[in-house]
Design a protein. Structure first.
Ligand SMILES: *Cc1c(COP(=O)(O)O)cnc(C)c1O
Length: 213
């Protein structure tokens, strides 16, 4: 097990936000990190996210980091702070509709597919730019598109991972230049196995699970 306070400080000193990925962990395990000051937690399943949000302290900032089915948006919209993996226009439209019902502005990230693996979700750069154009023309008034998220391939080849992170960062820079007046500033990339490489390539939000528990 790592020295959590030292790890947290190392990440914070680089101006990177640490999302502690608590999926499959018990309340007790999560509270162990909470008691050491961690407040941002990420879950990848709606049922588990809802259950933990109800049971645990109300000052936790909950992030939905996994693939989200449109029909489940309504279960989390009242409390979720950031939805990381918006991977379709359809999902974004449902988030808009539900956020409007809750009179809230929902922060989201658009998920870009950079990995070679077929199993990974996400959109290509053209789809992302098309969404941003619609966003700028006033579609999605209850959504705040705050940045991009992506996952590198699960491989040992560091050059390949680096290349995938670079392509995400390059699209992020293009998006940022188009959205100069908006708050588009989160680049969520990096997990336990590749967070150092991700930060080197410009990540400012890492989603880390196994390393912490
Ligand atoms: C599980 C998960 C993580 C954390 O993975 P670790 O390798 O345990 O750090 C990050 N992002 C997503 C989307 C996940 O589902």
């Amino acid at each position: 097990m790592i020295d959590f306070p030292a790890f947290r400080k190392k990440i914070a000193d680089q101006n990177v936000t640490l999302v502690a990925v608590s999926k499959t962990r018990t309340h007790k395990q999560l509270m162990h990190l909470y008691d050491q000051g961690q407040r941002v937690f990420g879950e990848n399943r709606v049922a588990e996210l809802v259950e933990k949000q109800e049971a645990l302290p109300k000052d936790i900032s909950w992030h939905m980091i996994g693939h989200l089915q449109s029909k489940k948006v309504k279960k989390i919209i009242s409390f979720v702070d950031l939805i990381h993996a918006v991977d379709s226009v359809k999902l974004l439209e449902v988030i808009q509709k539900e956020a409007e019902k809750h009179q809230k502005q929902q922060a989201v990230l658009l998920q870009m597919k950079v990995a070679q693996e077929e199993s990974k979700y996400g959109m290509i750069e053209e789809e992302i730019l098309a969404i941003l154009a619609d966003y700028q023309s006033g579609n999605y008034p209850n959504v705040l598109i705050s940045g991009l998220m992506g996952m590198a391939s699960f491989v040992s080849d560091q050059e390949q991972i680096k290349h995938e992170f670079q392509s995400l960062k390059s699209t992020f820079d293009i998006c940022q230049s188009k959205l100069e007046d908006e708050e588009f500033n989160i680049l969520s990339m990096g997990m336990s196995g590749d967070y150092e490489l991700a930060i080197e390539q410009g990540s400012n939000m890492v989603r880390i699970g196994s390393l912490l528990f």
